[in-house]
Design a protein around this ligand. Structure first.
Ligand code: ADP
Length: 265
């Protein structure tokens, strides 16, 4: 706690009062420390791909380019790193936009079930691995007031993680449960899982269980942090449950009001 004193004095110099303002410094210090850590993280995250690219480019310049086999391979590495850096900067921009309070959600009533099917279809069309999809979605329409673009981002981030961590032949399960005044969405995989102590941390910015592995797979460490921001902006909650070696489920809720029509039908 920090205190500021102001003395109230009349023109004749007579002290008639004292104003004390107490500030909660600990809160401000915490915010400052978080900001410093964030900037340090961002710098580090950008430096890593840049130093990788520098060494590959140096090797290319020093003759690797003439090698028919190594040349294209090294070029590919620099391309991948560039792509990842672009993703990282785009993710950072999304987060900073959400941090500034003027970024409002553009909400509309959307049939969440149709919307979710559509996103799963897109992944099903383009997935390369032998992973099977299982959908447990209600056969009804459920209208939820959402920002469709932002929730697409949330689902993209969660589903691409589920695919990234799925073993060959694994199953990814999509589920929507209708609760009292919200829906609960979950996406489960049969991947490596997350150690118990780390489960809560995966929603923090830049947190990864295995940094090298995440980078290698093109991750930015921001996907779930963005998902959390968006879900919470909708008034929902996001969490994970996982068993190491068995798989992971990411859950989130979205508030919705059952319309009277629904109740009567
Ligand atoms: P990244 O870009 O590294 O995937 P995310 O924010 O999306 O960043 O996820 C943070 C970390 O959470 C990942 O690096 C990984 O360690 C862990 N994680 C997320 N989803 C899964 C999953 N389905 N299975 C196992 N680990 C996961």
């Amino acid at each position: 706690l920090r205190a500021n004193f102001s003395i109230i004095q009349s023109e004749t110099g007579f002290v008639s009062g004292l104003i004390t303002v107490l500030h909660d410094v600990t809160e401000q210090e915490k915010i400052d420390a978080e900001r410093r850590e964030f900037v340090a993280n961002v710098s580090h995250e950008l430096r890593t791909p840049l130093t990788t690219m520098r060494s590959y480019l140096e090797a290319l310049a020093n003759g690797a380019m003439q090698d028919e086999e190594i040349g294209p391979r090294f070029l590919k590495v620099t391309q991948n790193e560039t792509e990842r850096m672009i993703r990282l900067v785009n993710d950072l921009l999304k987060l900073s936009k959400m941090d500034s309070k003027d970024d409002q959600l553009t909400r509309e009533y959307v049939n969440f079930i149709g919307f979710f099917h559509h996103i799963i279809d897109r992944f099903e069309m383009t997935k390369e691995q032998h992973v099977t999809f299982k959908r447990k979605l209600p056969n009804t329409e459920i209208f939820v007031e959402i920002d469709e673009d932002k929730l697409t981002q949330v689902l993209d981030n969660i589903i691409s993680n589920a695919l990234k961590y799925s073993p060959e032949g694994g199953q990814v399960k999509f589920k929507v449960k209708e609760l009292e005044n919200m829906i609960e969405v979950s996406i489960s995989d049969q991947g490596m899982g997350i150690p118990k102590d780390n489960i809560k941390k995966i929603f923090e910015r830049f947190y990864r269980v295995d940094k090298a592995r995440s980078r290698q797979m093109g991750g930015t460490g921001l996907g779930l942090a963005i998902a959390k921001e968006v879900v919470e902006a909708h008034g929902g909650r996001i969490w994970a449950s996982s068993i190491e070696g068995k798989g992971t489920t990411i859950y989130f809720t979205l508030p919705y009001e059952r319309s009277q029509e629904d109740e009567w039908s």
